[in-house]
Design a protein around this ligand. Structure first.
Ligand code: ADP
Length: 228
């Protein structure tokens, strides 16, 4: 589903963020990308949703080569790839329901489609009962659930999560990661960048480790990872 083949990213200032990374992730797989701060985790996710274009190498999502994608086609890629961030990025003046609905508005969805899809997405993350709350009226963990619902509402094939538990306490972090694994088990490919060692140890799912931009380990059995 997501194939990185020999991907290198060198930023304009000369920083080499990824070096010759090859990583293949299949449909419904859940992969944690781990590594120290600055090791290239965010950049790896960013090449998948074409926030960053690789300097060399190839990125394929589904059957589409996103490396060669024309800028005008990037919005179509983003319909198939949902993204969740550490800092939530919710609209403060819109309700939980509206925040999720907004993701459909930007795609030009009809009102009818919104009324069909938003409740399903909120139900999936266990937040239907908070639909009318504003972001500041729900907990941090619930805000992250809203973000997951927003990323899922369009039925993406791939869900990317960049440090999704970075602002959450350990129990809430575990709940969020459980939701992400359930999403993977339903068939969406989930790739999560994290430096939360406790969670990765407990998950026992596939772990790919980056060290200074190089993929140094890809452990399909999952489990613990050694701090590089
Ligand atoms: P991580 O997510 O593991 O913290 P990043 O992918 O954010 O790592 O960063 C990898 C390296 O690339 C770091 O050295 C970082 O400083 C650098 N970097 C990230 N984004 C940019 C950018 N836009 N321009 C220049 N350097 C960047």
């Amino acid at each position: 589903m997501v194939y990185l083949n020999g991907v290198t990213v060198i930023y304009p200032n000369g920083t080499r963020a990824l070096h010759d990374v090859t990583l293949h992730v299949e449909r419904g797989e859940f992969v944690s990308i781990v590594g120290a701060s600055g090791s290239g985790k965010s950049t790896l996710l960013q090449v998948i949703y074409r926030e960053v274009k690789p300097t060399s190498g190839q990125v394929i999502v589904g059957s589409q080569d996103v490396t060669a994608l024309r800028s005008s086609l990037i919005p179509y890629l983003r319909r198939r790839v949902g993204v969740v961030f550490q800092d939530f990025r919710l609209l403060p003046d819109r309700t939980v329901w509206e925040n999720v609905g907004f993701a459909l508005d930007v795609l030009g969805a009809s009102k009818r489609e919104k009324y069909r899809k938003v409740p399903v997405a909120l139900e999936l993350v266990g937040l239907a009962h908070k639909s009318d709350c504003y972001p500041h009226e729900v907990s941090a963990g619930e805000q992250q659930r809203v973000c997951i619902a927003r990323a899922l509402v369009n039925g993406p094939q791939v869900l990317l999560a960049d440090e999704p538990t970075g602002n959450l306490d350990p129990d809430t972090s575990w709940e969020i990661v459980q939701i992400l694994t359930e999403i993977a088990d339903r068939g969406t490919t989930v790739i999560m960048a994290t430096h939360d060692k406790a969670i990765v140890d407990r998950l026992r799912r596939r772990v790919a480790s980056l060290l200074h931009g190089t993929l140094v380990r890809d452990d399909r059995a999952g489990g613990g990872y050694d701090e590089p």
